[in-house]
Design a binder for this molecule. Structure first.
Ligand code: XMP
Length: 327
């Protein structure tokens, strides 16, 4: 397996990104020949860049599997289909596993159990798809250099392809074209490959998706409230020049209700919590203080446009003592 050479030049110009792309295309063709390669394409930066590289190198011999587990943000599955199938002509299998995931999660309120179910179910769904395909010997992964360093330092287990464990990954020969890159270099390469900015520069999004922002047992209506409020928040951050400036921002809809009033009638609905944070290392996090006008506008939009929400709260707690996510 390649290691990042000590003296490797930082890829920080379009020219260096293009040079890397040309080298990787050659290396991929040499490694896989005319064989098929499988990739779990989540739509995150790393897997998207790997997909775009492999499409350039081997075209239809790359088989992308996009699993919609129902916990993705609004518009994400549609964007993956549009960018990769419609624009790049990728061989893309879209798996609608929404019911499968949400049925398994029904009534499960323990955070660790929720994470476990989401991870295990993802592997099952992906393995089901892999079994249907014949003659696939290679598995592409969006491993990047910090993953390798963290795994070597024992900080986190090295998992990729959406969390596939080594025993599944080891059935295939791995193709890891961005494994020697740092995140900013992956973005530079993605930009040069023509991926859209909102894919290349997107904020971090946890593997269990909106599931960790719908604390307690997930219900479809509360999950929809998370998805819709998150979409409004992202839209308003983009309009107000905060996209790309704030490290991570999202909404949470907790599992309790409070009294409110709409058009003179009593309501009994959920609150929506807004969280916007900045960090360099994720170990310590500061909060982004939002302009009053923006807060007023968000309160108005979220309480009028999102069914089930009658109150908006702002979480101004740094890490520590709070973690970024709620579960
Ligand atoms: P916490 O909540 O641990 O989050 O302070 C720190 C950062 O990690 C992200 N996060 C995850 N990312 N899989 C991921 O890929 C996960 O299971 C996961 N959990 C948290 C979180 O969004 C934040 O950026």
């Amino acid at each position: 397996m390649d290691r990042r050479p000590e003296d490797m030049e930082r890829i920080n110009t379009p020219e260096l990104a293009q040079k890397f792309i040309d080298e990787q295309i050659r290396a991929i063709r040499e490694q896989v020949g005319d064989k098929k390669v499988l990739l779990a394409l989540s739509g995150g930066v790393d897997s998207s860049v790997v997909a775009a590289l492999l499409i350039k190198a081997i075209g239809q011999n790359l088989v992308c599997v996009h699993v919609n587990h129902g916990l993705l943000r609004k518009g994400e599955p549609e964007q993956v289909i549009q960018v990769f199938r419609d624009e790049m002509n990728a061989n893309l299998i879209y798996v609608d596993a929404v019911d499968r995931f949400l049925d398994k999660l029904e009534g499960v309120s323990d955070p660790e159990q929720k994470r476990h179910i989401i991870g295990a179910e993802f592997i099952d769904v992906f393995a089901d798809e892999a079994r249907k395909l014949e003659g696939v010997e290679f598995l592409a992964q969006g491993t990047i250099w910090p993953d390798i360093l963290e795994s070597e330092a024992g900080i986190k287990a090295h998992h990729n392809a959406g969390g596939l464990p080594e025993d599944i990954a080891s059935r295939f020969e791995l193709v890891e074209p961005v494994r020697i890159l740092f995140k900013d270099e992956v973005r530079m390469v993605g930009k040069e490959l023509g991926l859209p900015d909102n894919m290349v520069y997107r904020q971090p999004f946890p593997g269990p998706g909106l599931g960790v922002r719908c604390p307690g047992a997930i219900t479809r209506d509360r999950l929809e409230a998370v998805r819709e409020s998150d979409a409004i928040l992202r839209e308003e951050f983009a309009k107000n020049g905060l996209e790309g400036k704030v490290w991570q921002y999202f909404t949470v809809v907790p599992d309790f209700k409070s009294t409110g009033i709409t058009d003179g009638k009593r309501t009994f609905n959920w609150p929506c919590i807004i969280r916007a944070i900045n960090t360099t290392d994720v170990m310590e996090v500061t909060v982004e203080h939002l302009p009053d006008e923006l807060i007023d506008h968000l309160v108005k939009r979220i309480t009028t446009e999102v069914p089930g929400i009658n109150r908006v709260l702002i979480d101004y707690t740094p890490k520590p003592p709070a973690t970024v996510e709620y579960e």
